[in-house]
Design a protein around this ligand. Structure first.
Ligand SMILES: Cc1ncc(COP(=O)(O)O)c(C=O)c1O
Length: 395
């Protein structure tokens, strides 16, 4: 479908070719390891074949990856069996001994574990930078710097990063444009709300587990890029033997069809709850870059066309931890759990998860509670949260 059409129209038609499949719109699920050759010329690769071995790609993976590449306007995309696997594969594509790589201090916890525990063993110097450093990043760049990683907003504390300023600083420092790779985890913004490749990033990674699949039943990841970056992703995926299962890839492609509707509903519910919390006397701070009261709002308005249902708020920690545990455990709709992007609302406490950070977070001190607003009725969700706050206050 032509690129000039609105992305919402394209979402409904990406990777469809019904007339090559008996008129059936959705591409079939190909489950295979073996792909037969009709001759040894084919088997040896003397004749180029579109697919050679299940792990290396099938029409099912090509349909999903092609759709993601298109919505990011990238020429290449790889898929992986989880968001974390996509992130680690993408990082390994640009890793060599002697490199210096920089990561925001608000990095997603499992990504932080990988870069802290695995990259140094490969001879990489890993440095964390304050998430709101923006063009001050220039002072951190060394001659050996090869990669700057961005996650905007950051996990749990939701600081935005000034991606264009970081890109500009990196390009100023290194005249050969490709020598510092800018990689962005765009799971929060998605291709619909945060066009990170158009803003200058080289590689985008996303946990398709969240909004793309959208029903809390699939683990899937993507990494997309163009040119040499795209080729490096594919080569690393092949070398590592990374491949997502065909049923999950099919579910990912199907999820894209309704992504806009689910994302917008979750975003609307999230903003509704965040505004209510902002006005509640018990709440010390609301960490949501889409609120005009957020210090990141100018960046949000400039670079994002929307938000999502994931944010956090701060409660006073002069009341006992057990009181907060109990108030949340007694909630009716919100369930205690990690992950997000599905249909159901989730809540968790996260103050104990940010203790390993190098820089003090800039929000008010207190209990950090993360909320994922799902697709339920927003007044029911607020009633549940308000009751929880009352129970906590009265404990
Ligand atoms: C920002 C972010 N990136 C990546 C991931 C990893 O995704 P997955 O759970 O599919 O490995 C998560 C999961 O919570 C996440 O929140």
């Amino acid at each position: 479908m032509v690129k000039q059409k609105h992305i919402d129209t394209r979402l409904g038609h990406l990777s469809l070719d019904p007339m090559s499949n008996y008129g059936i719109p959705n591409p079939p699920i190909y489950r295979t390891s073996t792909i037969l050759s009709s001759s040894f010329a084919e088997y040896r690769g003397d004749v180029t074949m579109p697919y050679t071995y299940g792990r290396n790609g099938t029409p099912t993976s090509a349909a999903f990856e092609g759709a993601i590449a298109e919505i990011y306007d990238a020429d290449s995309c790889i898929s992986a069996p989880s968001g974390l696997a996509a992130i680690t594969t993408a990082l390994l594509a640009f890793t060599k001994a002697g490199d210096h790589m920089m990561f925001p201090d608000s990095l997603y916890g499992s990504s932080r574990r990988f870069v802290s525990q695995m990259l140094p063993a490969m001879g990489v110097a890993v440095e964390f930078y304050p998430p709101r450093i923006n063009d001050g990043i220039e002072a951190y760049i060394k001659p050996e710097t090869t990669l700057i990683y961005v996650e905007s907003p950051g996990s749990l504390t939701f600081e935005l990063q000034d991606l264009p300023a970081i890109v500009a600083a990196a390009r100023r420092q290194k005249v050969t444009a490709t020598s510092i790779t800018i990689m962005v985890d765009n799971t929060w913004g998605t291709a619909l709300h945060y066009p990170v490749l158009s803003l200058g990033a080289d590689v985008v990674v996303e946990a398709a587990t969240k909004y793309i699949c959208g029903h809390s039943d699939i683990s899937l990841g993507i990494a997309a890029a163009s040119g040499a970056h795209g080729k490096a992703l594919r080569k690393t995926m092949t070398n590592l033997g990374i491949c997502a299962g065909p049923d999950d890839l099919y579910a990912g492609l199907r999820g894209l069809r309704t992504l806009r509707l689910r994302l917008e509903k979750s975003e609307e519910n999230g903003l509704y709850l965040a505004n209510k919390l902002n006005a509640h006397p018990m709440v010390l701070d609301v960490l949501h870059p889409g609120l005009p009261t957020s210090p990141d709002y100018p960046i949000y308005e400039r670079d994002f066309s929307g938000s999502c249902g994931l944010f956090a708020f701060i409660l006073p920690n002069n009341l006992p931890q057990e009181a907060l545990d109990k108030a949340i455990e007694e909630m009716d709709i919100f369930a205690i759990g990690a992950s997000w992007g599905g249909y159901e609302s989730l809540i968790k406490q996260a103050h104990h998860e940010i203790t390993q950070r190098n820089f003090a977070p800039s929000h008010e001190d207190g209990y950090l509670v993360r909320v994922y607003a799902g697709l339920e009725n927003k007044d029911d969700l607020w009633a549940d949260l308000e009751r929880m706050l009352t129970t906590f206050a009265e404990s």
